[in-house]
Design a protein around this ligand. Structure first.
Ligand code: MN
Length: 303
């Protein structure tokens, strides 16, 4: 793999300084430095051209591209542009569903899609994952499960209600993403993805603070990128989104059977009506619903 980027003089010096920690190679004519980091060779020319070669060329180059969220001089914001060609990288992606739904779990999935599997995933027709019907997703999810390394954290309401007073919803999401990502990294080891893409729900610094404050033993941070609408930037996030949705739907049907009434998705008025009906039957909502939602009080008022 080879990647060439163009930098200004100041950045070139910054790079020469940074790479001076690695072992130097024979410096070609016109070049300021040439080093080997083990998995990549980096050569910086006085013209401002910097050439990256080897297995991690793209990832290494991405550190220095000004639109990269790993750039050393650009602060990260929500929805920051990803490196060019990112869609063709081997990426571990994650997404969650259910945070806005009163009934059912908060479900987070992580899926690894290597470059070799990109075509196969593309053929599933999931690029527009947000427009797929539930039935279509139910057909696709088993194929994702059978073929791609993945992990799902399915936080059912009872557990959710125990954790919720201690961790806000975004902190629970952060813990779930981080845990799922770690599980998939273990499954694919010794392979490491070129990048990890988290469908963004919080600022990057906030995300990592949530994990630190929750005293997570292992915090996945290397090559982690964040963007909103992540499913549009890499198929791994689209696949994770579908997997999470299907696990959520499955949990919803099981809970509906237990409750003896179809539990609706979302947090609208229909949800209040059904919750009120469960209360009338003397059923404890903590097994079925995220109790801190305003729907709980609304349902009580309907009695
Ligand atoms: Mn999302």
């Amino acid at each position: 793999m080879q990647k060439v980027i163009q930098v200004n003089n100041q950045k070139l010096k910054q790079m020469a300084h940074y790479y001076s920690q690695f072992s130097s190679k024979k410096v070609p004519t016109g070049a300021l430095f040439s080093i080997s980091s083990g998995s990549a060779t980096v050569t910086g020319y006085y013209s401002g051209k910097v050439m990256f070669q080897g297995k991690t060329a793209s990832a290494e180059a991405a550190k220095w591209q000004s639109n990269s969220i790993h750039s050393l001089d650009t602060p990260k914001k929500m929805g920051t542009t990803l490196p060019a060609d990112f869609a063709n990288w081997s990426v571990l992606g994650s997404d969650e569903v259910g945070a806005g739904a009163y009934f059912g779990p908060l479900t987070t999935a992580a899926v690894y899609v290597s470059q070799e599997n990109l075509e196969w995933v593309r053929a599933l027709g999931i690029a527009d994952s947000k427009t797929l019907t539930d039935d279509r997703m139910k057909k696709i999810a088993p194929q994702i499960i059978a073929k791609l390394p993945h992990h799902v954290v399915n936080l059912m309401p009872e557990k959710y209600n125990q954790l919720q007073p201690l961790h806000n919803v975004n902190q629970m999401k952060a813990i779930s993403h981080n845990f799922s990502l770690g599980k998939v990294l273990d499954k694919i080891f010794p392979i490491t993805p070129q990048a990890i893409l988290i469908d963004q729900f919080a600022q990057q610094s906030t995300y990592f603070n949530y994990l630190k404050n929750a005293k997570q033993q292992r915090i996945i941070h290397e090559n982690v990128y964040f963007t909103t609408k992540g499913e549009q930037y890499h198929l791994s996030v689209a696949a994770a989104s579908i997997l999470a949705r299907v696990v959520e739907l499955d949990a919803m049907s099981k809970l509906s059977v237990e409750a003896g009434i179809k539990l609706p998705i979302g947090a609208g008025r229909e949800v209040d009506t059904v919750a009120a009906e469960l209360l009338r039957r003397g059923i404890d909502l903590k097994h079925y619903a995220k109790l801190h939602f305003a729907n709980t009080k609304k349902a009580e008022r309907l009695l």
